[in-house]
Design a protein around this ligand. Sequence first.
Ligand code: PEP
Length: 250
Amino acid sequence: MRKPLMAGNWKMNKTIAESADLAKALKSAVSDVSAVEILICPTFTSLAAVNAEIKGTNIKLGAQNLFWENKGAFTGEISPTMLKDAGCSFVLIGHSERRQYFGETDESVNKKTKAAFAAELIPVVCVGETLEEREKNITFKVIEKQVRNGLKDLHGDCAKIVVIAYEPVWAIGTGKTASPDQAQEVHAFIRKIYDDMYKGAGEQIRILYGGSVKPDNVSTLMQQPDIDGGLVGGASLDADSFTKLAKFAK
Ligand code: PEP
């Protein structure tokens, strides 16, 4: 049985004080939620303050990126052990904005995924096609390549606890959501590919949907058999809307 995961990606938003306020509002609003795992991913600068608010609650802390080395001359980067030290238990890897603006590739995604596991962080690895790729009918080819290359060579239990987020790029921050059927079709495909890579693990891993998830569409998305939760941008920046998402009725 896969426990649903609702993850908020705050992106490059909120000061330290604003982040702490949002975490504080959330922790009381979702304190009664036990059927859904809740994750919030603030900016690096807000991690410590948010951790201080949510430590010991049912909200987990995640970062939005990491570098694969643990220390050294890598100006501007943050290491997996630093994230662990800051209280993180999850980290987003290969978000489409990082692929689009910061040159993230399947190769860097794979290095980061392994580095996350080495520091006992659970990676949430993002995949998804662009509008152009969907219109050219190469969605499945693109997704297969991202999954096979980004998630290769995982060992032992790592292959069973990784989280994948399917985020069609055309649906992120645009207000356009993939229809539940469109999303389900790709989620089922990802599970099949992953099971081919790691026998038996396909049924165990959680696959989140991301792309304009809102309180009014979460329920129909979550009714799909292969959608195990959401990776949410805009609607995670407000305590009321993210609480509604965390309390969706499956
Ligand atoms: C995201 O940040 O991963 C995302 C899906 O954003 P939004 O919910 O705003 O579309």
